[in-house]
Design a protein around this ligand. Structure first.
Ligand SMILES: [Cu+2]
Length: 120
């Protein structure tokens, strides 16, 4: 019986770690060449630096066939995109004020952050 409880505790610990404590990778600078890979439960890169007050384009490449990964949401921007499988999809973003903007898939397993910074 306590094996089951232990398993449950481990699962909870894993979920807490995944959703609240895990911040993958270092920041990447957005550029025309940058392609964000959607694979194995992560966007890579997941933290992307962009310049404030500049409209930008982000290119996503989805390798994960699960239907949840298909949807890309920028809740603060009220923006939602559908990512085709194994095909690059470029998303247009408006000029943004400095700050952090989260993006994620439908169920928030995939999560990323745009770090919008004032230049100069
Ligand atoms: Cu998902």
């Amino acid at each position: 019986m306590w094996m089951v409880n232990l398993g449950g505790l481990l699962l909870i610990a894993l979920i807490v770690w995944w959703f609240w404590l895990y911040h993958p990778g270092t920041d990447s600078l957005a550029s025309e060449e940058l392609v964000i890979l959607v694979e194995n439960g992560t966007y890579s890169p997941a933290r992307i630096k962009v310049a404030a007050q500049t409209p930008l384009r982000l290119t996503f490449m989805r390798k994960d066939p699960s239907p949840c990964a298909e949807t890309l949401l920028f809740p603060a921007l009220q923006l939602s995109e559908t990512l085709p499988l194994n095909k690059a999809r470029t998303v247009q973003l408006p000029a943004l004020a400095p700050g952090e903007y989260a993006f994620h898939c439908q169920m928030q397993m995939y999560r990323g952050t745009l770090l919008v910074e004032q230049q100069g």
